[in-house]
Design a binder for this molecule. Structure first.
Ligand SMILES: Cc1cc2nc3c(=O)[nH]c(=O)nc-3n(C[C@H](O)[C@H](O)[C@H](O)COP(=O)(O)O)c2cc1C
Length: 355
């Protein structure tokens, strides 16, 4: 596999480790993935949850924590690969955090969970690369049109996420189960548009598919279709270097297909995760937040069924029965905890061996 240039940065292998919040992909995981010549992604959502002032001034706590995690990732990566941050467009502090991340010279910002229509403005004057995550061609066309019209800018790369991914999904529940909406179908729709776009702009805009890509053969399949690479999330949770608690990792390894469920998140989107006591409980009763920090634009604290931020923070720290544990639909295939290098080397070998 040839290296892949993105802007003035280079990947030795076209793999992005998806950003996973809260606190699942931080500096250690992202830096280790980057050291292997891939793109490691720090998740920005709730990143400051371990800072003392988090519940008093979450913006300041998030900034401080991001600075620490980026420094950690850089130290581990030793200049290899690309270090990016995932900032959900649905975050209340989206703009401030994107401006801050670009000022801290993070290599790239990846944004989904909403339309990141202002992202080019937020990184203006910096060298930070920008990429949207989209779930359909319509959203991509809108972003491309808006960025071009308002800012004369195109994405540096694009992530297309299908309905089998973990975490929040850009699909309705019935779509998530419908074969028409599988990742490959969405890619078939987007790839001709993407080819035209590259031809029109006279530049390469690497395209990554995401959602239930597990091995090197699946990566090869989407590359053969016209993608440049893949974004993989869940598989990286079961690594020694992943920043989440051991309990969370063990649950991912132990969980089988029947343990995975789609449920409604207070973000107003459906999400995929592991069914547990907490998910069952909030189907019946309301669990209000004890210390709301108003972190998500679509969430109304007065009426929300539960606080997704509290629930994710509990699980990342090990209380996996009383929290939300996001995972992709391929969790069944994850059966042990390995090092990031082992996972990436295996994907590379399979990629070379597959047609
Ligand atoms: C625990 C977990 C947390 C996630 N958090 C985020 C997030 O904060 N922002 C985001 O854009 N995607 C998030 N995702 C999606 C991943 O970045 C990735 O695109 C997706 O998991 C890919 O599918 P896979 O898990 O089947 O490989 C999350 C996924 C998981 C499993």
């Amino acid at each position: 596999m040839q290296e892949l240039k993105i802007g003035d940065k280079v990947l030795d292998f076209p793999l992005i480790q998806g950003g996973m919040g809260i606190g699942v992909s931080l500096g250690r995981l992202a830096g280790t993935v980057a050291r292997e010549g891939c793109m490691g992604v720090i998740s920005m959502v709730g990143i400051g949850y371990r800072e003392e002032n988090y519940y008093k001034d979450d913006l300041a706590a998030n900034k401080e924590a991001f600075r620490k995690e980026l420094a950690k990732a850089r130290e581990i990566a030793k200049g290899k690969g690309i270090i990016a941050v995932n900032i959900m467009a649905a975050l209340t502090d989206y703009k401030e955090m994107a401006v801050f991340a670009a000022k801290e010279k993070v290599d790239a910002i990846i944004s989904g969970a909403g339309l990141p229509l202002d992202l080019p403005k937020l990184v203006e004057g910096t060298e930070t690369l920008i990429a949207p995550i989209v779930s359909n061609k319509r959203a991509l066309e809108l972003i491309i049109r808006t960025w071009e019209k308002r800012y004369h800018r195109a994405p540096d790369f694009i992530v297309v996420e299908g309905p089998d991914a973990g975490g929040h999904l850009g699909f309705k529940e019935e779509e998530a189960e419908d074969p028409k909406f599988k990742l490959k179908e969405i890619l078939r729709d987007i790839i001709p548009f993407h080819k035209e776009l590259q031809a029109k702009l006279g530049k390469r805009i690497p395209l990554f598919g995401a959602g239930s890509i597990f091995d090197g053969c699946e990566l090869k399949e989407i590359v053969n279709m016209g993608c440049d690479g893949a974004q993989i999330g869940s598989r990286f949770i079961a690594t020694e270097e992943c920043d989440v608690s051991q309990e969370f990792k063990d649950l991912i390894v132990k969980s089988r297909e029947e343990d995975v469920e789609l449920f409604m998140s207070p973000v107003g989107m459906i999400a995929r995760g592991i069914r547990n006591e907490f998910i069952d409980r909030v189907k019946g009763e309301r669990v209000p937040s004890k210390h709301c920090i108003d972190c998500l634009k679509p969430c109304n604290p007065a009426t929300t069924k539960y606080c997704i931020s509290d629930a994710l923070t509990r699980s990342v720290q090990g209380d996996v029965e009383n929290g939300v544990v996001f995972c992709g639909s391929n969790v069944d295939r994850i059966d042990s905890i390995r090092t990031v290098k082992e996972v990436i080397d295996e994907i590379k070998e399979e990629f070379e061996a597959c047609e």
